[in-house]
Design a protein around this ligand. Structure first.
Ligand code: NDP
Length: 252
């Protein structure tokens, strides 16, 4: 697994590209949306909190980047009709999609499988995996209209090796890795590439919830891990598909 944290993106890396980011309202998704916009992309901000998405929208406009768009969608209650509606709106406004960052996720509980509430397990699978699957399926035709679309699935270290007390979250990330590999295999030779990206320990509210006793100042910020996000979204990663990447080097 490779990391590109030292990648230096040229300012116009994503000029003219249409990129959708799920969970764009906070944490890593917010940083990615801002970073993609700063590098020239028109970013579709998808998330459940309109007011928080509007904050990102305003920040993007304030830096003079291409005008973004807001697509409100709660992935916990989203249906196949909702995914098709997102695709129809994108088709009407842009006619294609060049990049898709699946970033939205919830943590769920940190208990053993034996103690895990199954209703919560299902909610975690819905937000972290089923919504990812549904959105991808609906957006494949539009991704196929791009000359070189990049689909990035956000993974986790516990999506690559199981760990005690990470139940639903870990399972959802394993499923996501599997989906990425299946899609890459099904689309061999096409212009769409599918890869996974593990951000690694990053200073966000999800990380704080998972590790409440940790000093967040010791962690990289979402902004600091953006080089790999840019590399994987932009043309320097063209031709790579079906691979698992890390946004940060492994801990020494
Ligand atoms: P945050 O909790 O900070 O942000 C999660 C984002 O997902 C928010 O924008 C949130 O929206 C959105 N979201 C959550 N539930 C829904 C929903 N039902 N519908 C729509 N959007 C939703 O998490 P991070 O930034 O830390 O995580 C980003 C990604 O990175 C996740 O996939 C996570 O699993 C992964 N990751 C993070 C690590 C870390 O150390 N931070 C380590 C490994 C992986 P809202 O603002 O409305 O809550």
């Amino acid at each position: 697994m490779t990391c590109h944290i030292d990648y230096q993106a040229p300012p116009g890396l994503l000029d003219g590209k249409i990129v959708l980011v799920s969970g764009a309202s906070a944490g890593i998704g917010r940083a990615a949306a801002m970073s993609y916009a700063r590098h020239g992309a028109t970013v579709i901000l998808l998330g459940r909190s309109i007011s928080r998405l509007e904050g990102v929208y305003d920040a993007i406009e304030a830096m003079g980047a291409p005008q973004p768009a807001i697509f409100p969608l709660n992935l916990e209650s989203a249906t196949p009709q909702d995914y098709l509606a997102v695709a129809a709106k994108l088709e009407k406004e842009f006619g294609r999609l060049d990049g898709l960052l699946h970033n939205a996720s919830i943590l769920g509980d940190r208990v053993t499988v034996e103690d895990y509430d199954l209703a919560l397990w299902a909610r975690v699978m819905q937000v972290n995996f089923s919504a990812t699957l549904g959105l991808t399926q609906a957006l494949l035709p539009l991704l196929g209209c791009s000359t070189g679309a990049s689909v990035i699935f956000t993974s986790s270290s516990v999506g690559r090796r199981g760990r005690a007390n990470w139940g639903a979250y870990s399972t959802s990330k394993f499923a996501t890795e599997g989906l990425m590999q299946i899609l890459a295999d099904e689309h061999q030779g096409s212009a769409i590439r599918f890869n996974s990206l593990n951000p690694g320990a990053t200073r966000t509210s999800m990380r704080q919830s998972a590790y409440p006793d940790e000093d967040p100042q010791r962690l990289r910020t979402p902004e600091e891990i953006m080089p790999t996000y840019l590399w994987l979204m932009g043309p320097d990663s063209l031709g790579l598909s079906g691979q698992a990447f890390d946004a940060q080097p492994p801990k020494p």
